[in-house]
Design a protein around this ligand. Sequence first.
Ligand code: 5HM
Length: 340
Amino acid sequence: MIAPATFPSFQHAYAAVLRYVTENYEHVNTARGNDSHEVIGASFRLTDPRQRALYLTSRPVNPVYHYAEALWYLGGLRNLDLIGHYASRRRADSRDGTTIEGSSYGARIFAPRPDGAPSAFDRALELLRAETDSKRAYLPVFEAGDLEEIGHPDLPCLVGLQLLARDGYLHMVTYMRANDANRGMVCDVYSFTLIQEFAAAQLGLRLGSYTHHVGSLHVGVRDLERAGRVLEETVASPKTAPPFAAPVMPINTSWKHIRTVLEHEELLRTNQVQYTPADVAALDLPVYWQRVLLLFEAHRQIVNCPEDLVDRHLLEALEPGARWQFERRWLTRVATGEVA
Ligand code: 5HM
């Protein structure tokens, strides 16, 4: 028995996972038309789950989507309004065109139960407050009923999340039945570690390690070329630390802050408001969450002002790592001549 491979950042883990799967795959899986190279049973651990972002030119990510997805989960939402706005591909997961049934993990973790009982998350936190070193604080997502329909278009890939408080730190363990290493995993690890950080703040604990276990870990055949480019980029500097300090979620982050961010996100998404950094600074929010709202404002400008460059002052007010990612994602819309 050996402990999971441990990495200082997700970027390190991501490169190692891609290398491992592409070089050691055991199966060519063709389930539901998604041809992939697959290993069965794999795990890794992150010592600093705040180092959740990728800064790779071979694998640009969308920081707006990362926060949108994490907030969609925290909001306990099932409908497509928020998530479909930031990634239209998510609409394909919906059967009725308005809701997502399986991968709306937040609805299963954070929303109150249909009978009005507290959410799984609230119960788990209550348990950890009563018995700090419990092994029982598990947040189930996959349910037996999910298997009732063969060919269900959107079955949860997340089985569940476990919170473990040990010696003043909050650790998290994720269990996934399946994970696409080049696609789903990048967003999953981002959202789940952000949820872990939020949970640690609620419990007044320091952020511990993050462990990710996967049943079927795979890389799509259509993504092998891109995975190869990532490996080329990361092999050049395998031990290099991510170029930006990870932002730290304030320990006083509360549900009120999350609700405020979601409220203003909706106003921005529906183009009912437009915010300058000064407008956002006037809101009752820690700077960390103000900067998240500024990302949504930047996205509002991309969607609603297609002829214009994103406001320079706004870009300067973004969290530096998110700005780097945003600029690479929308190069032509931030063409200030200063993008490295
Ligand atoms: O046929 P199946 O339901 O297993 O296909 C789902 C695909 O989406 C798999 O490749 C799975 O690994 C990926 N996926 C993921 O990696 C899906 C979701 C959404 O539940 C996710 N991560 N969060």
